[in-house]
Structures are given as structure tokens and as C-alpha cells.
Design a protein around this ligand. Structure first.
Ligand code: SAM
Ligand code: SF4
Length: 435
């Protein structure tokens, strides 16, 4: 008798695009009659949807695979998906005998067929990047969280010298306008109140001569959709039209995640970022002019090869100038095959550790100041999930703050609140009493 998996578990690592891909793989498997394994139960099939952006993230995939062997010596079917799968291809099978199939981010519409092959003893690998869109082969969206992800653009042509994305996700591709609008409508029908448009370079999205600003204006017309966000953007694609949309489209939330990576022009040049510290700051000024209450966010890398103390000081300065509402910061991780991995002047680990700590302290102080500046504001909260205490719910403010509130409102509700207190990472709100 052949084994056929009935339950699955998908573990997604890394960015929001992986979370989106994980949801779509779950929908595909459910369409084939499989069910998500209940919490704590063994699954017949485990899909590890991996991240390759930093060495730590990639290594995590292999240590997780090792832990999948059960106490009685048996194992589930193991699918390696995501960017580690794309980067390693068939080599992954040689690295771990636990892996039954390897599927890249552009090929996962073939997952059900590959699972069938693996269940009958095959070890299929598909890391093709076909020109035809995998999205056409995916089922219609039927379930959605209050805040739902929607991938509109994939891949990247920017080739920052530290980054694996152009190699693992391929060149920039924009999904067609009509497909995105249709998926957005389906998500709203399925319960989404907020849609987060995703892309490795989401603001590079374009189709038929139209750009992201026009797409956002179109989506804002969907009844029942209350909020629109988009991430992650590149400074080079921050058009006037998109900046203007922030001042004009009410449903577009006052939040922008715009990675800068470094405050030093010398390092930005070595990174092959096409902007300078000054041109980046100009964009941030224009964003504030268009939407004065905007919450600004970014990404930073510390310890890029050749980064001197002066370069790092320039990074601290740009943090102070932008006064970020939040920001992500990472230690540089040399990735095989990227130009920066072969550069001279690799920075010792202790120096990176110390710089990261100083940078994160600086970011945290601005984050707290931003949160405090919003105390007293009356605003709308999108309720997302229950909190730790009875009667407590957690939602998001327009500025993407996580807000705790005592309320009977359920996930998906838009609640009118006042922000009453601020911590570095979360806020408390009080629900307005109905008159
Ligand atoms: N496309 C986006 C951009 O250019 O800003 C970011 C995509 S990347 C998935 C997310 C973040 O990971 C980057 O902004 C960068 O800060 C960080 N990152 C990428 N490669 C890295 C590396 N080799 N080491 C450390 N951090 C890295
Ligand atoms: Fe990577 Fe972003 Fe640079 Fe593209 S623009 S290479 S995704 S960091």
C-alpha cells in the first residue's frame, strides 16, 4: 500500500513574502484534501519554507530538519521550500537524507504533484523560475486574516552587493493589475479589512504603464477594505505619485518602511545602493510634507566590509535625523556568491556586536519617543487577536503600533480608541464609550 499524507504543517521563516507563500501552499494542499495538523499533533508532511537572507536563517532550516525525526525512529515527509531550497537545489538532498522534496519559491504550485511523487519513493527537485506565473495555478482565496498579505511583485534587479534576493527570487516581475484586484476583492470577501501589498521591491510594481500609486487608488475603491499598506520599498522607486498618494488616499496608512542600510555614502556606494544619505533624507522630508503624521521605518546593516567608526557614526546620525518610529537592524552576513562576501575589510564579530547594540539603543529611544508622541490621540484600531489577559485584545494602530485594549470587540473589528500609554514596543488604548 502506498503512503499518502493526510495532514501537513508549514513552517515559514524570514520575510512576509514567505508567510504569504506559506498560506498559498496551505490552500493548495487543502484543495487536495489534506488538513492542517492540529497544534501538538504529528503531521504526515512538514514543509519548511526557508529563508536564505542571512547565514543564521539558512542554518536554522537544517537544524529544524534534524529535529523532525520522531522518537520511534520514523519521520514525516519533509519538503524543503523557500529560498534555501532555491539556492541549494539538489545539493540539499545530499546534505540531509531527511529531505524528500525540494521546491523553490517560483515552483510551489507543483507541490501537490511533488508530494505524490515523494510519497511513492521519489525525491523530486524543482527550482525552475518559469516565465508563466505560478499564481494562475493557485486556488482562489477563501480565508483571510483581518490583515492579509497580497504579493504583487517578486524578485529584484537591484543587485545590492550583500544580498542573495536577485539570485534566489530572480528578476523583478509584476503581477497583472486585474489579478491583483481580483485577489484583493476575494480577500475582503473572506474577511480581510486591511491588505498589505508585498514585494521584494514593491514600489517597483508596474503594469501597462501604471505604477503602485495607481494600483493603491484602485484598491481603495473596494468596499469593506479599510486599510492599505505596502512593503518593502526601495528609495530609487519612491515616485512623486506614490508620495502624493500618502497625502490623498485616506485608506493608505501613515506608515512607510524604506530601508537605507547605512548613513555613509562611501558604504552605500560599496553596497551598490543607488541613493546617497542626502537623497534618502530628501525622500523622507517629502513623505513628511505629504503626510505630517507618518511613521517612518527602515532597515540597517552594520559591519558591512570596510565600515569604519566614522561610517558607523554617519549611520547613527541618519537615525537621529529621520527619528524612526521603528527600524530593523542586522549584522552583515557574508552570503556565498555575493560580491561583498569577497570584499576586503570584513569586520570582526565583536565590532559588529558592539555597533549593533549601539544602533539598536538609538533606534529604541526614537521608537519610544514616537510612541509617546501619539499618546492622547483618538484613532481607529484594527482588532487582530486576543491578548494574554481575559477581555484583552490586541490590534494595530494606523502607525502599525501594537495596541492592547480591554474590549469585547472581535478580530476584524475596527474600534475607535484613545491611545493612553506608551512603551517601547507596544501601546495601551482605551475603547471610546458609545454615547
Ligand atoms: N528589498 C528590500 C530593500 O532593498 O530594502 C529588502 C529586502 S531584504 C529581504 C530585507 C533586509 O535584509 C534588507 O533591507 C537588509 O537590511 C537585510 N539584509 C539583506 N542581505 C543581508 C546580509 N547579507 N546581511 C545582513 N542583512 C542583510
Ligand atoms: Fe536585496 Fe533589496 Fe537590494 Fe534587492 S534592493 S538586492 S532585495 S537589499
Amino acid at each position: 500500500m502506498t503512503f499518502s499524507p493526510k495532514t501537513f504543517r508549514i513552517k515559514s521563516f524570514g520575510c512576509q513574502m514567505n508567510v504569504y507563500d506559506g498560506e498559498r501552499m496551505a490552500e493548495l494542499l487543502a484543495q487536495q484534501g489534506m488538513a492542517a495538523a492540529a497544534d501538538g499533533d504529528d503531521a504526515d508532511l512538514v514543509v519548511l519554507n526557508t529563508c536564505h537572507i542571512r547565514e543564521k536563517a539558512a542554518e536554522k532550516a537544517y537544524s529544524d530538519i534534524g529535529r523532525l525525526r520522531r522518537e520511534d525512529g520514523t519521520k514525516p515527509l519533509v519538503a524543503l521550500a523557500g529560498c534555501v531550497a532555491q539556492a541549494e537545489g539538489a545539493e540539499a538532498k545530499a546534505r540531509s537524507a531527511m529531505i524528500d522534496l525540494v521546491v523553490g519559491p517560483q515552483a510551489y504550485h507543483r507541490l501537490p504533484e511533488m508530494v505524490r511523487q515523494a510519497a511513492t519513493g521519489g525525491r523530486p527537485v524543482d527550482t525552475d523560475m518559469p516565465a508563466i506565473s505560478k499564481f494562475d495555478a493557485l486556488p482562489k482565496r477563501r480565508r483571510a486574516n483581518p490583515s492579509a498579505f497580497l504579493t504583487v511583485q517578486e524578485g529584484c534587479d537591484k543587485f545590492c552587493t550583500y544580498c542573495v534576493v536577485p539570485y534566489t527570487r530572480g528578476t523583478e516581475i509584476s503581477r497583472p493589475w486585474a489579478d491583483i484586484v481580483e485577489e484583493a476583492r476575494a480577500l475582503v470577501e473572506a474577511g480581510a479589512r486591511e491588505i498589505v501589498l508585498l514585494g521584494q521591491n514593491v514600489n517597483a510594481w508596474k503594469a501597462d504603464g501604471r505604477g503602485l500609486a495607481e494600483l493603491i487608488r484602485e484598491l481603495a475603491r473596494i468596499d469593506g477594505l479599510e486599510r492599505i499598506r505596502y512593503t518593502t520599498s526601495h528609495p530609487a522607486d519612491m515616485t512623486e505619485a506614490l508620495i502624493a498618494a500618502h497625502g490623498e488616499v485616506d485608506k493608505l496608512m501613515p506608515y512607510l518602511h524604506l530601508p537605507v542600510q547605512s548613513g555613509s555614502d562611501r558604504i552605500l556606494k560599496a553596497m551598490n545602493r543607488s541613493h546617497s544619505a542626502q537623497s534618502y533624507l530628501k525622500i523622507m522630508d517629502r513623505m513628511r510634507a505629504a503626510r505630517p503624521d507618518i511613521a517612518l521605518s527602515g532597515d540597517f546593516i552594520v559591519g558591512f566590509p570596510g565600515e569604519s567608526d566614522e561610517d558607523f557614526d554617519a549611520t547613527l546620525r541618519i537615525v537621529d535625523e529621520v527619528r524612526y518610529a521603528s527600524a530593523y537592524s542586522f549584522k552583515y552576513s557574508a552570503r556565498p556568491g555575493t560580491p561583498a562576501a569577497a570584499m576586503e575589510g570584513q569586520i570582526p564579530r565583536e565590532v559588529m556586536d558592539e555597533r549593533l547594540q549601539r544602533l539598536q539603543q538609538r533606534i529604541a529611544s526614537h521608537q519610544l519617543a514616537f510612541n509617546r508622541s501619539t499618546v492622547g490621540r483618538d484613532t481607529q484600531l484594527l482588532i487582530e487577536r486576543p491578548g494574554k489577559h481575559p477581555g484583552q485584545m490586541i490590534g494595530r494602530s494606523p502607525w502599525l503600533q501594537s495596541v492592547h485594549v480591554e474590549t469585547g470587540a472581535q478580530p476584524g473589528a475596527m474600534l475607535h480608541i484613545t491611545l493612553v500609554s506608551a512603551g517601547p514596543n507596544s501601546m495601551a488604548g482605551a475603547a471610546a464609550v458609545a454615547a
